[in-house]
Write a protein that binds this ligand. Structure first.
Ligand code: AMP
Length: 615
C-alpha cells in the first residue's frame, strides 16, 4: 500500500507559513504581517498601541520587562532600564565612548569585544538586549495569530555596516527567529507604498527617514517593477533624540541647572528627557508648550531656532546623496517621509521646499517600515510575485595594502549581490604567508576605517617577490554578508572566510552566551590569535635572517646591524608571548626591510642581466 503523507490525509490545502516583518527601531519597534493581502500591525491587547518602546527593564529579581511598562520605569530605575540599544549594536567600547555620558545606565569596556551593558552584577551585550525586544514582538504576534512563528524579515538603517547587520541577525537568532532577510529601511518604505510594482513606470524616489536615533536618505530608482538603490547617505547619530537634547540644553541654560547635579541625579536627567520629548510633540500641533506644573515652557520661535541646525544637517546629507547619484532635486519624482520625527511640521516643510514638491506622508511614518518588512516577508513566503529587489552596499569594502592604505575592492553604492576579484603579489622574496585585512569605509588610510576581520593565506610556495599571483575575491550576498577568498593562482593554495564582523558573535559563542559563560571562549580566541601571530612572526624571522646572509654585499654595515637588531627584538617579542609586542616588532622589521628588499631585488636583476646580450 502506498504511503500517504500525513498532512495530506485530511485533504486540506496546505496553508502557507506566515513570515513576519519587524522594524527594530532605536526608540520603538513594531511587528507586522500581511493578512490576506492587507498589511496588519499587531497591537498591544491592553493599550491598543502598535509601537513597542525599545526599552528593557531588568527587575530586582532579574525578571525582564519590555515595552511600555519598561519605559514607564525609566525615571524610577534609570540604572536598570535600558534604551537606545540599537545605537550600541555591533559597536566596540571605543565607538560609543563619547555617547556613554548621555546614557543613564553603565556600559563596560572589554577589549576587542562588543560593548556590554552593566545591570546590577550582570553584563548584557546589545545582541542579547535586542533579542529581548525581538522575543517580546514574537510573543505578541504569536498571541495574536494563535500560532507560533519562526521566520522573519528585520529592517536596519541603510547606513548600518556589516557588524551592525550581523549583530541584528544574531539577535534574531537568539530570539528563536530564522532571519530570512535583513532589509534596508528605506527600501521597505517604498515597498509599503507599493511604488513601481504595478505599472511599467520609471521613477526616482527619495526616502527621507528621520527617526529617534538615526537619519537615512536613500535615492531609489524604480524601473519596470525593479527597485534599484542609486545612493544612500545618513548619520547613525542624528534624530529626534538630538532635538530632545537641544531642548534639554536650552532648559539647563535657562534655569541655570548645575551640571554636576545632573551627573549625580540620573532621575532628574530622565525627567528632563521625557519633558523635552513631550514639548517637542506638543509643538508639532500647537504654538506653545507649558508643562503641567508650569515649570517648563517652550515657544514656537525658540523651538524652531533649536531644531533648524539639526534639520539643516539632514538636508546637507540629502545633497550628498543626490551628488553621489549624480542627480539634481528636479530629477526626483517622489519623496517619502519615514520616522516619527518627520511629524514635525518644520521637517515636512524644509524637506518639501528642498526637493520642490510635497513629500508623501499618507502612511503613518512610524509604521511604514514595518509594513514594508511585512510586504517583503510576504514576497518571500511566495504570496506576492513580480518584485525584484536590488540593493547597494552603503560603505566601500577593501583590504589593507602596503603602507596601511585602503585598497577598495567593492566601492560604496555598488549593487549587491556582487563578486569582485583583484590580483596582488608578495613584497618579500620567499614570502610564505599573506595577511589579508578586510576593512569597510571611505578613508584612504585603513586606520581610519573599520576593520571587519583578517585572515592569512598560508603556505604560498617560496618564490621571488612579485612572482606569486594572488587573487583576492570579495563576494557580497544580498544581505550584505561578505565572504573573502584569497587564492595563489600558480600553486592553487586557497583560503576562504566569511567575514564575521569583528564584534559579531560566532555560532559557537552564541551557544555559550545562552549558558552565560563566554569567559572560556574568550580565552581560547585570544590564544588562537596569539598562536597565529607567533607563526607569522617565526616565518618573518627566518626570512629576515636569510635576507641578511644572502645580501651581505649590497647592505652597509649599519644596515646589517639595524636589521639584526630588529630580528633580535622580534625574537624576544616571540618569547614574551605578548601579541601586541609581536605584531609591533613584526611591523618594525617589515617597515625597515621593505626598501632594502626592493634595492636587493634591483641589484639581483641587474646582476642576472649583466653579461647577457640583449637583442
Ligand atoms: P522612530 O525611531 O521612527 O520610532 O521615531 C521616534 C522619534 O519620533 C522620537 O524621537 C519621537 O520623539 C519622535 N516623534 C514621535 N511623534 C512625534 C511628533 N508628533 N512630533 C515630533 N516628534 C515626534
Amino acid at each position: 500500500m502506498a504511503k500517504i503523507p500525513i498532512n495530506m490525509q485530511s485533504g486540506e490545502i496546505e496553508k502557507k507559513e506566515i513570515i513576519i516583518g519587524i522594524d527594530l527601531g532605536t526608540t520603538n519597534s513594531l511587528v507586522a504581517y500581511i493578512d490576506n493581502g492587507i498589511p496588519a500591525i499587531v497591537k498591544d491587547n491592553n493599550s491598543q498601541n502598535t509601537l513597542v518602546p525599545s526599552v528593557i527593564l531588568f527587575g530586582e529579581e532579574d525578571q525582564i520587562v519590555v515595552g511600555d511598562l519598561a519605559k514607564s520605569q525609566i525615571i524610577l530605575r534609570p540604572e536598570r532600564t535600558i534604551y537606545s540599544v540599537k545605537r550600541l549594536m555591533g559597536k566596540s567600547y571605543n565607538d560609543v565612548e563619547n555617547y556613554e555620558k548621555l546614557l543613564s545606565y553603565d556600559i563596560i569596556d572589554q577589549e576587542n569585544e562588543l560593548v556590554k551593558v552593566k545591570v546590577g552584577n550582570r553584563f548584557y551585550n546589545p545582541i542579547e538586549l535586542s533579542s529581548e525586544i525581538l522575543k517580546y514582538l514574537k510573543t505578541r504576534i504569536e498571541k495574536h495569530l494563535g500560532e507560533s512563528v519562526s521566520k522573519a524579515v528585520i529592517t536596519v538603517p541603510a547606513y548600518f555596516n556589516d557588524s551592525q547587520r550581523q549583530a541584528t541577525r544574531d539577535a534574531g537568532k537568539l530570539a528563536g527567529l530564522d532571519v530570512l532577510r535583513i532589509l534596508n529601511e528605506p527600501t521597505a518604505a517604498s515597498l509599503a507604498y507599493g511604488f513601481g510594482t504595478k505599472e511599467d513606470k520609471k521613477e526616482t524616489i527619495a526616502v527621507y527617514d528621520l527617526g529617534g536615533g538615526t537619519f537615512d536618505i536613500s535615492i531609489l530608482k524604480l524601473d519596470h517593477g525593479v527597485f534599484d538603490v542609486l545612493s544612500t547617505d545618513g548619520d547613525t547619530f542624528l534624530g529626534g533624540d538630538d532635538v530632545d537634547r537641544a531642548i534639554i540644553d536650552h532648559w539647563i541654560k535657562e534655569k541655570g541647572i548645575d551640571l554636576s547635579r545632573l551627573e549625580e541625579d540620573k532621575s532628574l536627567g530622565q525627567a528632563l528627557r521625557l519633558r523635552a520629548e513631550q514639548a517637542k510633540k506638543a509643538l508639532s500641533a500647537q504654538n506653545e508648550y507649558r508643562s503641567d506644573d508650569g515649570e517648563y515652557a517652550l515657544s514656537h520661535e525658540i523651538f524652531h531656532a533649536l531644531v533648524q541646525p539639526i534639520i539643516q544637517r539632514t538636508i546637507d546629507k540629502c545633497q550628498s546623496a543626490l551628488n553621489e547619484a549624480e542627480l539634481k532635486t528636479e530629477d526626483i519624482d517622489k519623496i517619502i517621509l519615514v520616522g516619527g520625527s518627520t511629524r514635525m511640521p518644520l521637517v515636512k516643510k524644509t524637506v518639501s521646499d528642498f526637493f520642490g514638491q510635497k513629500a508623501y506622508d499618507d502612511i503613518n511614518p512610524d509604521e511604514v517600515v514595518a509594513i514594508g518588512a511585512a510586504v517583503q516577508a510576504d514576497i518571500l513566503s511566495g504570496n506576492t510575485t513580480g518584485y525584484l529587489l536590488l540593493d547597494v552596499t552603503p560603505l566601500s569594502l577593501g583590504i589593507e595594502t602596503m603602507g596601511g592604505l585602503m585598497d577598495t575592492i567593492i566601492p560604496r553604492n555598488s549593487k549587491v549581490p556582487a563578486s569582485v576579484g583583484r590580483s596582488y603579489t608578495t613584497s618579500v622574496d620567499g614570502q610564505k604567508n599573506l595577511k589579508v585585512s578586510v576593512y569597510q569605509g571611505e578613508r584612504e588610510l585603513v586606520e581610519n576605517n573599520r576593520k571587519l576581520g583578517e585572515f592569512i593565506l598560508k603556505d604560498i610556495p617560496p618564490m621571488p617577490a612579485g612572482i606569486p599571483k594572488i587573487e583576492v575575491r570579495f563576494i557580497l550576498d544580498a544581505d550584505g554578508i561578505l565572504r573573502v577568498r584569497a587564492k595563489e593562482e600558480r600553486s592553487g593554495k586557497e583560503t576562504e572566510v566569511v567575514i564575521k564582523s569583528q564584534y559579531g558573535i560566532s555560532e559557537e559563542e552564541m551557544g555559550k552566551m545562552l549558558l552565560d559563560s563566554l569567559k572560556h571562549a574568550d580565552a581560547d580566541m585570544k590564544k588562537k590569535a596569539l598562536l597565529e601571530s607567533i607563526n607569522e612572526a617565526q616565518s618573518i624571522l627566518r626570512a629576515g635572517e636569510k635576507f641578511v646572509i644572502q645580501n651581505k654585499e649590497i647592505l652597509s654595515e649599519e644596515e646589517i646591524e639595524k636589521l639584526n637588531q630588529h630580528i633580535l627584538s622580534l625574537s624576544s617579542a616571540i618569547e614574551s608571548k605578548d601579541r601586541n609586542q609581536i605584531e609591533s616588532e613584526m611591523k618594525s622589521l617589515n617597515d625597515y626591510s621593505t626598501p632594502l628588499a626592493e634595492r636587493a631585488m634591483d641589484h639581483n636583476i641587474k646582476k642576472a642581466l649583466s653579461g647577457k646580450k640583449l637583442a
